[in-house]
Structure formats: structure tokens, C-alpha cells
Ligand binder design. Structure first.
Ligand SMILES: Cc1cc2nc3c(=O)[nH]c(=O)nc-3n(C[C@H](O)[C@H](O)[C@H](O)COP(=O)(O)O)c2cc1C
Length: 455
């Protein structure tokens, strides 16, 4: 096998008990997973055993929305879980190779404090940190002493400034700023310490940061929004995009659109890896996989089914409908998650779904691609997208954890390897090296070099 052959990158997208909405009720689920560190350690170790590039947890700075739907509220397992950076700092000590993607919000966090925490995680993990930059679709403003949830466009404007500022803070110290010469008593070179002196629309920050330049230069920047401003933010700043696509056509459109934007920012197509999610329902035979799918879907309680529908039909009265009625059109636009609304609307209109079929379609993985089949069929589904301009990587979204990840590692990974599509060993020491991403130069060093070259 040629070592230069393009290979799939793999992420384990971990949702405590599993991605299926009713996962926690499954006999193989760890019901207290969200607050069980041993469970997460097992998952990180399993992913590393499978030579995955990364583990990833999603996050929102709010509990599950209680609203008035007490019946659904008492049946959902998604409200209580660990803060991602804290979790990954702990698990970096139990692993050696795998990368850690933590989600953090540019709408509800502070750039200085966040830059510090990610730089710390990068040191603690020895260069395995990544930041999933999200603007937070859900309105969680009630937790943050602010008047309300900022509009979609405002959230992205703030995100642009936020990410640039954080990168500036990570550049506070040049890589060789610390001399630490015991003999002379000189600890650092002040010429290599820089202030950002940032004054923008949203933030006013002097710097420097109180952590050295991260091991990877910057932790890997991941982005997960897919609206117009989301794609633009990714094209300018991200190195990996997490995305949800249902069909090959949609995934190809997204892939070529985002890659096509990179040249405008002086970037190459390989500087940004595109990683759609896949929800694999495995079975030894097709019939067994179908039975596993039917079984987990049977665990969705009717109150959860209606709650899922109400979340998609915000502002629409569904009280006159039965589950077997055709799904009415979804709301035309939202200030929350624009790309997901479009994905689900397309799903309904493309397949003429009933309300029952709609809730079942999103109960699996909230709109991510569901593939039900044998390990060979799951590998085929991945290979097709990988080889046809739709994916560089995949976020594997196991239905039930920990079993779903173990099954994938033991049953699908060997097939991908046999086909020359996936690594046998880690290539590098840092997440960046394993993903084949370059280490970014320090912006201040670049400025000095450019000024010297101009003299
Ligand atoms: C795989 C994936 C993971 C995501 N994870 C999070 C998350 O952890 N927290 C969050 O607030 N949003 C998350 N999102 C949502 C996006 O970050 C974004 O807020 C949403 O897509 C709305 O932005 P858009 O309208 O630009 O798409 C995720 C999206 C995808 C596709």
C-alpha cells in the first residue's frame, strides 16, 4: 500500500448514551453515561485502539429545554453531562494518540478565557486539542444575564471576531520566547512576547495570554455551521468541518461549495477537511441490521415522538394531526439552526414523509445520514462518499454506547483497512500531524519577517 494514498480520517462523535434519542433505554446502553468518567474513558480507549483521529463531544451551555412538556422531559437522558474541556483534559491522561475535539460557543464564551483553556488543553494533551467553534443555535440566553439570544447574522459576526482574537492570543508568545537559561538568569525574550491590543465591535482585549503558544501552534479549528455565513467562517478559519448531509448530491454540493471558497482566503483544498456524520446501524446480516434498527426505534416513547416534532414545527399547532398524516411543510426560516431546518425540510419534501416517518428519521441522529447494514455495507457507504467528492473524513455516530463504537472498531475498521482506506498506525504525535494539517506560523513572527523583507 502506498503511504501517500489519500485515506479516510475518523472521528468518534460521542453522545453520552448514544446518538439515538432513546439510546439510554437500550439493554446495551450505559444509562448513567453522561456523568460517568469510566464510560468516557472506555470510549476514548476504544477509539484509540481503532486508530481514530479524534473523539468529539457536542455541547450547549444549557440543560435540555423543559418547556411545558413534562412528559417528554422526564424521559430524556440528554440534559446532564460533563463540560467538554474538563472531560478531555482528564482523558488526555489516559490516552496517547487520539485527538480531543471540544465544543465551545462564540456567542456565550469569553475569548480570553477560552483561548487560555484551549491552550492549556493543548499542553496537557501534548498537542491533541481541537476546538469545535459553534455559534450556538439554541437560545440559552436565560443562563447568561443578557437580554436575549443574538440573531443568526450577529452571532456569526461575533464568531468571526472571536476566532481571530483567540488566534491572536495564542500567538502572544513566539515559539522560542522562553529562554529559561539558569546560568544567565534570563527566562524569556520580551521582544518575542506580543500584545494583541484588540479593539473591535464585540471585544476589547490587550493580551498577552497567560499560556505559551500551544503545542500545535493553534489547536485544530473545527466548525459545524453550514448556512451561508457558517460556510464563509469555515472557509476563512476552519481546518475541519463537521456536517450533516442526507444524500450524496447534497454532500457533494456542500463539499465543492466550501472547498471552492478557500482560494479566496489564500488556502488550498487540503487545508480544510470535510467530515459528514454517519449513524451506522450494524448487523451480521442485512436482516439482523434491520431488526436492530426496528428495535431501537421501538424504544421511542410517543411523548418523545411528539416532542421531536414540536421542536421542528416551532410555532405550528400540530394538535389536529395524527402520526400517520402527511407531514405539513416546516417553517420557512429560523434564527436558530438554519442549515438543519433546510435539511429536514428537504427530507420531508423529497420523500413525502408522514409525521411518523419524520420523527423516526430524526430520532436516529437528528438528521445525520443513517446507514443500516452489514459491516461491508457500512464500509461501502463510506467509501462511495469518500471517493466521490463528498467527504475527507467521517464522524461516526454510534446509536448506542459503548457497544456501537466497539462494534464499529472491531467490524468496520478492519474492512476499511483491508481496502487501503484507513491507517494501521498513527502517523504523527499531534492531532494536526495525524490529520495531515500544517502547523500555522505565528502571526506576529510573520509580520516581523514581512517587515524585514520589505526593508
Ligand atoms: C456535526 C455537528 C455538530 C454540531 N455540534 C454542535 C454543538 O456541539 N453545539 C452547538 O451549539 N451546535 C452544534 N452544531 C450546530 C452548528 O454549530 C450550528 O450552530 C448550526 O448548524 C447553526 O448554524 P448554521 O445555521 O450556520 O448551520 C453542530 C452541527 C453539526 C453538523
Amino acid at each position: 500500500m502506498s503511504t501517500s494514498k489519500r485515506q479516510i480520517r475518523l472521528g468518534a462523535f460521542i453522545m453520552a448514551t448514544g446518538h439515538h434519542i432513546a439510546a439510554w433505554r437500550h439493554p446495551e446502553a450505559q444509562a448513567d453515561a453522561g456523568l460517568n468518567i469510566d464510560h468516557y474513558r472506555e470510549l476514548a480507549e476504544t477509539a484509540e485502539r481503532g486508530k481514530f483521529d479524534l473523539v468529539f463531544v457536542a455541547d450547549s451551555p444549557a440543560g435540555w429545554e423543559r418547556a411545558n412538556d413534562l412528559e417528554a422531559y422526564r424521559r430524556t437522558a440528554q440534559g446532564a453531562h460533563f463540560e467538554p474541556l474538563t472531560l478531555w483534559a482528564a482523558l488526555s491522561q489516559a490516552t496517547r494518540h487520539i485527538g480531543f475535539v471540544a465544543t465551545a460557543s462564540t456567542t456565550y464564551e469569553d475569548p480570553y478565557l477560552l483561548a487560555r483553556r484551549f491552550a492549556s488543553l493543548d499542553y496537557i494533551s501534548k498537542g491533541r486539542a481541537a476546538w469545535n467553534v459553534v455559534t450556538t443555535g439554541a437560545d440559552v440566553s436565560k443562563n447568561f444575564s443578557i437580554a436575549g439570544h443574538p440573531a443568526h447574522a450577529d452571532r456569526y459576526e461575533r464568531a468571526e471576531e472571536f476566532v481571530d482574537l483567540v488566534k491572536g492570543l495564542w500567538d502572544s508568545y513566539e515559539d522560542d520566547a522562553f529562554i529559561r537559561d539558569k546560568e544567565s538568569g534570563v527566562y524569556l525574550d520580551p521582544d518575542k512576547v506580543h500584545l494583541v491590543n484588540h479593539k473591535g465591535k464585540f471585544f476589547s482585549v490587550a493580551g498577552p495570554l497567560n499560556v505559551g503558544r500551544p503545542v500545535q501552534g493553534y489547536p485544530v479549528i473545527v466548525q459545524a455551521g453550514a448556512s451561508e455565513p457558517g460556510r464563509e467562517l469555515a472557509a476563512r478559519t476552519a481546518e475541519m468541518i463537521f456536517t450533516a448531509n442526507q444524500t450524496l448530491d447534497d454532500a457533494q454540493e456542500f463539499y465543492s461549495d466550501v472547498k471552492g471558497r478557500l482560494a479566496r482566503y489564500g488556502r488550498r483544498p487540503e487545508d480544510l477537511l470535510i467530515s459528514p456524520g454517519i449513524f451506522p446501524v450494524l448487523g451480521g446480516t442485512e436482516a439482523e441490521a434491520e431488526a436492530n434498527y426496528e428495535y431501537i426505534q421501538s424504544l421511542v416513547h410517543p411523548s418523545i415522538a411528539w416532542n421531536i416534532l414540536a421542536r421542528h414545527y416551532r410555532g405550528v399547532d400540530l394538535s389536529g394531526y395524527s402520526l400517520d398524516d402527511p407531514a405539513p411543510p416546516l417553517p420557512g426560516d429560523t434564527e436558530l439552526n438554519k442549515s438543519r431546518l433546510k435539511l429536514v425540510s428537504d427530507l420531508v419534501s423529497r420523500n413525502n414523509l408522514t409525521l411518523r416517518q419524520l420523527y423516526l428519521a430524526v430520532a436516529t441522529a437528528r438528521g445525520h445520514r443513517t446507514v443500516v447494514g452489514t459491516p461491508e455495507q457500512i464500509a461501502d457507504a463510506m467509501q462511495t462518499w469518500f471517493e466521490n467528492g463528498a467527504a475527507d473524513a467521517f464522524n461516526i455516530m454510534p446509536p448506542v454506547l459503548p457497544a456501537g463504537l466497539t462494534d464499529f472498531v472491531d467490524q468496520v475498521v478492519p474492512i476499511l483497512r483491508k481496502r487501503g482506506l484507513f491507517r494501521h498506525e498513527y502517523e504523527g504525535a499531534t492531532l494536526r500531524e495525524n490529520l495531515g494539517l500544517r502547523r500555522p506560523p505565528n502571526g506576529f513572527t510573520l509580520q516581523v519577517q514581512q517587515a524585514q523583507a520589505a526593508v
